[in-house]
Design a protein around this ligand. Sequence first.
Ligand code: PLP
Length: 275
Amino acid sequence: MTHALNYGTGCFEGIRGNWNAEQEQIHLFRMRAHYERLKQSAKMLRIEITESVDELCDITVELVQRSGFHTDIYVRPLAYKSQEFIGVQLHNLEDDLTIFVAPFGAYLNAEAGVRCCISSWQRVPDVAIPSLAKATGKYLNSAIAKSEAWERGYDEAIMLTKNGTVSEGSGENIFIVTGGRLVTPDPAEDILIGITRNTVIELARTELGIETTERPIPRSELYTAEECFMTGTAAHLSPVIEVDRTPVGNGQIGPVTRKLMDLYYEIIRGNIAIQ
Ligand SMILES: Cc1ncc(COP(=O)(O)O)c(C=O)c1O
């Protein structure tokens, strides 16, 4: 009878812990930012999280230490309506929080590149479920799109907004490279504002001197872009080499994507520290 299981009334995060074999350490990537976003999601869903961001970080560090994994891991905090109650609402219900950790390797094959299709399913609009809340129920939209892509022989789905512009992947933000600049859908495009997305925007600017424009991206621009890639906690930074069987650029991993990948993968394993 748990409310969240019946009605999708929860919000969650995914946090990567990246194993560094030389240092024999797991590096938790941007844990604070994830817990800050969890708090924002919970606020919109009327879920009370009694722990502070600092406390949530401390609990997570202890959990990861006690789990004893010597591999890449995924931490999943989930705040949800835990009451056994029949009735569709958010108010006057008990809440709970669980955090688990599990070994977790590659989600998409970044080195091979990702082959995407445009989903026949549109992204849930912000006027239906708040885009900025990482809400469990909204992932039905992602799951339908992902399985449709898989059944059609693709690796991943790209969903459009109701206006026909590019929104995001089933679990990733999208970037294109055009005229040597990065372009990514702005927050009004029904996207989750990814922590990886924000990291890549910052890295591109500070480390490579490449600016990012946040604006609506028409579908056709995916086919004419020089490069395209996806970002996300699970997906890391994964090049998109094909959209709807049309090669992006020359169908290989492009130079800007490669530079960003090299930088990003070193940072998340704790081999390079950036201020
Ligand atoms: C729908 C969706 N968009 C974007 C992202 C990327 O967000 P982040 O980089 O914070 O993991 C995710 C993954 O969490 C997602 O599920």
